[in-house]
Structures are given as C-alpha cells and as structure tokens.
Design a protein around this ligand. Structure first.
Ligand SMILES: [Zn+2]
Length: 410
C-alpha cells in the first residue's frame, strides 16, 4: 500500500541520517561526502541528498576543500556547524547542582555549578533553586536561536520509567514524581542515574563531536564505569552502548557486599562497598570529619588527598581500606561481565597515577583469568561533573538518534 511504502522510506531516511550524524561525531577528522559514503555504506547519491538536508537545516557546514587531492575534484570536508543545535544537561548531586549546555560541535557553550551540601534536604527547595538557575539560561538560548534537542537530569539514585525517582538515599528522598517540578516539565527533562550518564560522557562521539584525538577508549569499546562520591554508582557499557538491565537499575556496584559482617549501609545491607570507599565513610574513618554533615563538605576531598600525601596515619588507613574494598568489588564485577577496561571517576580520580596503578595491580591479582587477561584501570577522560556533561550528551542524542523529527527535508 502507498501509505506503508511512504512510512518505510521515511524510517529509512531517518535511520540513514542518524548513521551519518553518528559517523561524523565519532570521527577524529572531518569527513568528505565520499569518505562518509565509504564509512557508512550509503551511496554517494544518498549522501549528497542527506548532506543537503543537513546544510539547509544548519546542522553542518562545508570546510575549505582539502588542498592535496590525488585525482578528480578536491574533496570538501563536512563539519558540525556550531551555534544552533544544543543538548542541555542538569544535575543534582550530593554536593551541589548545576547545568551544562553542549553544542553538537563538541563545545560546552555554558555551564554553571553551585556548591551546596545536600544531606536530607527538601526536594521542593532544590528544584526551585534549579528552576531559578535555568530560567535565564533558557531565555539566552531562545534569544540566540538555539534548538535545545533534549534535556536530561542526572540524579544519584534509582530512576524508573516515567520520571519517577524511587530512592536517592544520600538525599533521604523517596518515591518522587519528578514531573511535578516546573523546571522538569517545562524543559521536558528526562531523569537518569548519575553513574549511567557519567559513563555516557566517556564514550567518544556518542552524540556530539568527539573533543579529542587522544581518547583512552574507542566509540565501540566496552568498559565498566565506577562513579565514586558520597555514594558509589556504576554503569556497564558493552560495545559503546549502556547495558541498563531489566528495570534500568544495572550497575549498582556501590552496594556490592565486600564484608558480610560489615557496617550497616543506608540501603539496609551490611558491608557494602560504599561503606568503605564512599566519601562519607572515608572522611569519617580517616578522622578528618567528625560528623556526617562535615564529611560531605565540598572541600573535604582535597583535604583527604593532602593528608594522604603527607603520610597522615588516619588518612593512610582509610585509603588502604577503601582500595582493598574497591579492588574486591571491581574484580568481582570484571569476573562477572568480562571486560578489559575499568574507569574510576569522581572522588578517587583525584588521587593521582600512583594510586591508580596500585588499584590496577590489586584488581589484576583478583581476576580469575589473570594469566590470560590484562585489565586496564583508568581515570576517565571527562572528569568535570561528568554526569552533567553526559546528561547534555543524551539531550543531543535525542536528535542524532531520531534526526528527521527535527529537520525539514530539502
Ligand atoms: Zn548498601
């Protein structure tokens, strides 16, 4: 029937366009139409049509033709055109909140973070403050003619479909319909787990132009991401895609038990990794913080690192216990999912390469296939509020994953 034929062609064009945008984003260098055709498997005629649509909609621009050509016409590289297509990421974390605006060309065009301890804070209050922070940003983007392709909100907790926050234990928040907050509904923001979004931030070219040639992993690599702060979260990326599990809750490495007789965790279990290597636990056991409120203060990680470098006994013992627990949990995870790459972001990525190498050795010694497999433990390339950055990446992914919804055909 004519109707279904037309729908299929639209779907096909949308799919092809998505492949082209993704290929451009993942590439280290700007690609010509011919190079894009070769890499995507699309015909040159299709590429020509799709690039016309992208030019018309001001998604891409043509760079100067390459100076040296072997034969035929000089090839014109295509690049994302800055200043129009942006993703918006917001985050509420245990130590503050903020936003990032990410252009599809890979540039962060605006970003703000406000330090604010969040122990048992009222969600209405925080969402009102975030709302006030976002209003001038939205006005500026509208005045600049930017198209906000999507907005995501990173939260340190379990987020179910339909924007329902089941629990964020380090805030004391439980079962909240996030759509009731004006900033969420106005921006159409989709909430997601902070570790998941922080992991997405580390995948080069996931939805915006990769920002560096020098990236420790490729766009299709697999890795485990461990997010360490007051809480410890995690995410599992297989061949460049997040593995979310049946309910979207996969990767909660922070609540992996490393001592069945250990201290009671906020989750109700005993001896969770978070009770050894989470920020609150480490600050308290090091003796640097005397109470839970001080432990989550923004300046505490720097003080711990300084005390540890200075050879402070309390800091050394707390770090030793944390490393032993981290190694046990990470090695168990690697043994379960079989990956070669592990990224540890957040608190522990501030400790420098000696600690990284130490942790890597400890993990390696506990891998069942240790004689055959070499595990690479690294600090992530994106370290500045990675979940907020990843939320903005996901905002752009709404466009690159379903582009024709946003574009006028040529
Ligand atoms: Zn726990």
């Amino acid at each position: 029937m004519p109707v279904s034929r037309s729908i299929n062609q639209d779907d096909l064009r949308n799919h092809n366009m998505s492949v082209v945008l993704s290929t451009m984003a993942r590439s280290r260098v700007p690609l010509s139409r011919a190079a894009l055709a070769k890499q995507t498997g699309l015909t040159k005629a299709t590429l020509s049509l799709l690039s016309d649509i992208l030019l018309k909609n001001r998604v891409i621009r043509q760079l100067e033709p390459a100076a040296v050509v072997s034969y035929g016409r000089p090839s014109t590289p295509l690049a994302f055109r800055p200043g129009r297509w942006v993703g918006l990421g917001m985050q509420i974390n245990t130590d503050g909140f903020g936003y990032t605006v990410l252009d599809i060309d890979g540039t962060v065009t605006a970003s703000e973070w406000r330090d604010r301890p969040m122990g048992d804070v009222d969600p209405d209050e925080i969402f009102a403050e975030l709302d006030a922070m976002m209003r001038p940003v939205e006005e500026r983007l509208a005045a600049d003619g930017a198209v906000v392709t999507g907005c995501e909100l990173a939260l340190p907790g379990l987020v179910a479909d339909g924007n329902r926050l089941l629990v964020a234990r380090n805030f004391g928040w439980r079962d909240i319909d996030l759509n009731r907050y004006a900033v969420v509904s106005r921006l159409g923001a989709v909430a997601d787990n902070e570790a998941t979004l922080a992991a997405i931030a580390q995948i080069p070219g996931f939805a915006a132009q990769r920002s560096s040639d020098d990236w420790p992993i490729g766009p299709s690599d697999s890795f485990v991401y461990v997010s360490t702060d007051v809480g410890i979260g995690g995410a599992y990326v297989r061949e460049g895609q997040i593995v979310r599990g049946d309910h979207g809750f996969a990767g909660e490495i922070g609540h992996m038990c490393v001592d069945v007789h250990g201290a009671l965790c906020r989750c109700g279990r005993h001896g969770c990794l978070e009770m050894f290597a989470g920020r609150r636990a480490v600050m308290l056991s090091s003796g640097l913080a005397s109470d839970a409120a001080t432990a989550v203060d923004a300046g505490m990680p720097a003080r711990l690192i300084e005390a540890w470098h200075a050879g402070d006994t309390g800091a050394a013992l707390a770090v030793e216990n944390a490393l032993a627990a981290l190694a046990a949990a990470i090695a168990s995870t690697v043994n379960v999912v079989d990956v070669s790459n592990v990224m540890v972001g957040g608190l522990w990525s501030g400790f420098g390469d000696d600690l990284r190498a130490d942790l890597e050795r400890r993990v390696q010694s506990q891998i069942l296939a240790r004689d055959a497999v070499k595990v690479r433990l690294m600090f992530p390339p994106v370290t500045e509020h990675p979940a907020m950055y990843g939320a903005a990446v996901m905002g752009l992914h709404r466009f690159t994953g379903d582009p024709m919804r946003f574009l006028e055909s040529a």
